[in-house]
Design a protein around this ligand. Structure first.
Ligand code: SAJ
Length: 403
């Protein structure tokens, strides 16, 4: 391999597709991951995550010699930090992966290099990394280009959105912003918007918080409508006929690794000010708990009415429709909670997007619907929309799949 131009630290859900995209443009990329298995898989031209079109992109990039994976960085001109930012304790972000990735590249930095953080980060993280870098390499002070540039791709459509979405690019000074912009311009067709690093950091957090708040509004309506005996789906459809109203859909909670997580990055640093953002998180979490309670009361009502235990189908485990991803899934949480309260009822767990699960015994969706007395729709998967349901079934549709 030629001398790499780009070092990509972190070869996960975002880092690997980004590395592959850069390599597709005939730029030599040295990808780094702490997991030797991941490194081995990628160097064999294979991938360790599920994402459409990524397998081919990686296979070609490795085959042509533009992408190579390793457990350690090497010298390059551009360094991208795309590592996870998890929680320390429940609601406090942990930037130690960003810090250790930065420590790993510090020895290789030279004048005029470009260092970019893409990881979702609390406000001020980029400035902290500036201090860290220059404390270790004081001779480079002011001579590096440092920027924050978040991604905003939707899992399942990453390879398309990486190229076509607009990007926000925030440098620590205008020279850094310009240099980062020129870098992304080589691979991205979407518009590139310049700002400073703090605004770019906040922008990422705000995008996902905004969606969380809007979903919380829909979920709150669903709780009110349940008490008021109003069909929430019909209500929202009608309200959305107003030219300036656009209410999102209620569901069984908010899952995934982004929308249910990023708002805490704001709340933990600004607890007094972020009232709506914090409350939205509580509402969306509460909605999952409420769904599990609703199954419990429906089950008891059935038993009182029919004098026997019901059989129950739980439809869907993924964190959103038509994917196989169960990470931070409210449907999975509800299924777990319902099974914890099981009392000799028969359960059918359904997830058409996966073949098997280590904890849940899965049943085919047609069979489950045929057998169950109570059918609980947790995720609005396509398969469920055309099911024939007989009138003797008790239906709990938490995701509006039947509307
Ligand atoms: N959901 C609802 N009601 C709705 C829409 C979604 O309950 O009306 C639920 C879904 O069921 C799911 C959760 O919200 O549990 C999140 O799903 P999503 O499709 O809204 O978003 P993610 O988590 O797959 O991806 C988001 C995207 N952000 C926004 O749309 C603002 C994506 O663009 C980001 O790149 C990604 O987070 C990220 O990595 O931050």
């Amino acid at each position: 391999m030629e001398k790499p131009q780009v070092v990509m630290i972190g070869l996960g859900y975002i880092g690997l597709p980004t590395a592959a995209l850069i390599a597709q443009n005939s730029v030599y990329v040295h990808g780094v991951d702490i997991n030797p298995e991941v490194v081995k898989t990628i160097n064999a031209g294979k991938i360790h995550i599920v994402e459409p079109e990524l397998d081919e992109a990686v296979a070609t990039a490795v085959d042509k010699g533009y992408l190579k994976a390793d457990v350690k960085p090497v010298e390059a001109d551009t360094y991208l930090i795309v590592v996870p930012t998890p929680f320390k304790s429940k609601n406090e972000p942990d930037i130690s992966f960003v810090e250790s990735a930065t420590h790993a590249v510090i020895p290789f930095l030279k004048e005029d290099d470009l260092y970019i953080i893409e990881s979702t980060s609390p406000i001020g993280t980029t400035e902290k990394m500036v201090d860290l870098i220059y404390s270790q390499r004081p001779e480079l002070k002011g001579k590096l280009n440092i920027a924050y540039c978040p991604e905003r791709v939707l899992p399942g459509n990453v390879m398309y959105e990486l190229v076509h979405n607009d990007r926000v690019i925030g440098g620590v000074n205008s020279k850094s912003t310009k240099k980062a912009l020129a870098f992304y311009k080589q691979f991205i067709k979407g518009n590139l918007h310049s700002t400073n690093a703090r605004t770019a950091e906040m922008c990422k957090l705000v995008e996902n918080s905004s969606r969380d708040v809007q979903i919380a509004f829909a979920n709150e309506l669903s709780l009110i409508c349940d008490k008021a005996d109003i069909n929430v789906w019909e209500l929202i459809e009608l309200a959305n006929k107003h030219p300036r109203v656009n209410i999102l859909q209620p569901g069984c909670g908010v899952g995934g690794h982004c929308i249910a997580v990023d708002p805490y990055f704001i709340v933990s640093d600004y607890p007094m000010e972020s009232k709506i953002i914090g409350t939205a998180r509580e509402i969306n979490n509460y909605k999952s708990f409420w769904c599990a309670e609703k199954v419990q009361t429906t089950k008891l009502e059935f038993e009182l009415k029919h004098g026997r235990k019901p059989s129950i189908a739980l439809m869907g485990l993924a964190f959103k429709p038509n994917i196989d991803d169960l990470r931070e899934s409210p449907a999975k949480y509800i299924a777990q909670k319902v099974l914890q309260n099981a009392n000799n009822e028969e359960y059918y767990i359904v997830e058409p997007n996966i073949d098997s699960h280590t904890v849940f015994k899965l049943t085919d969706y047609n069979k489950a619907v045929g057998k169950a007395d109570i059918i609980v729709f947790l995720v609005a998967h396509e398969e469920f929309k055309t099911l024939k349901l007989t009138s003797n079934k008790v239906i709990l549709d938490f995701c509006g799949v039947l509307r």
